[in-house]
Design a protein around this ligand. Sequence first.
Ligand SMILES: Nc1ncnc2c1ncn2[C@@H]1O[C@H](COP(=O)(O)OP(=O)(O)O)[C@@H](O)[C@H]1O
Ligand SMILES: [Mg+2]
Length: 262
Amino acid sequence: MAVVKAENLTVTYGNRPAVEGVTFELKEGETLLLLGPNGAGKTTLLKTIACFHREYSGELRVFDRSPCEARDLIGYVPQIQTINVKVPLTVLEVVAMGAVYRRGFVHFKLPPEIIEKAKRVLGFVGLSDLEEKLFRELSGGQRQRVLLARALISDPKLLLLDEPLSALDPSARVEVATVLGRIKRERGITMMVTTHDINPLLEIGDRIMLLSKRLVAFGKPEEVLKDSLIKSVYGPLARVVPVEDRLFCITGDAHVHATGVK
Ligand SMILES: Nc1ncnc2c1ncn2[C@@H]1O[C@H](COP(=O)(O)OP(=O)(O)O)[C@@H](O)[C@H]1O
Ligand SMILES: [Mg+2]
């Protein structure tokens, strides 16, 4: 059974399509890297799969259900810049609330079994030492790992990650990519990851999607990471460079309206 199956999927805001006529299938345990310039529809696609945005036509099945029916199986990690860090929550509280929200609790006394579980997932992302620290005092890479733990606490079968490497310095990118590798290998969770910088994630990418409103390419890394395809969405300065036995992808920070494929 496919974890995600989209057929001729068009997602709109009002009458304006943000994602148009997209067809692909993602199998259990696979990691999909979702690549495309700003405005390409990456966030929109993730939000539609997570049932946060419901204006679409065509077929979209998640675990052979509608996205909203599959909600309990999905973990969604938003772009870190959208998190409000004014509230003085501890790391442990931020993680525990991932489980509390889902169960619909409104009171603030966290049940002990949820605290225990929060501690376990914090251990998994390597942050046991920081449980009592305030979330807002953490570095970008640490915050991103806390958000991963918050998603993992409800045992998702599909993880959707929006730009988990953006706004991080190179060493923090490697740190977060390493945790994503552990999630894939040790938990076997199917993942969709949007990213501008594909290079730290190439090791875990089974499938790559190039999106520019429409699907430009979808397939194995060696099929999609071709100079001509990358240039067609990121413009003439983008390149794929072979370095020893691996590929290196230079894309810059293009915007879909400047370079997009119609
Ligand atoms: N809430 C919204 N209302 C209207 N248009 C939106 C909304 N969110 C995104 N869009 C539009 O949809 C298109 C795709 O946006 P988005 O999915 O955020 O792209 P990406 O994540 O690839 O940068 C853009 O043209 C954007 O302006
Ligand atoms: Mg986005």
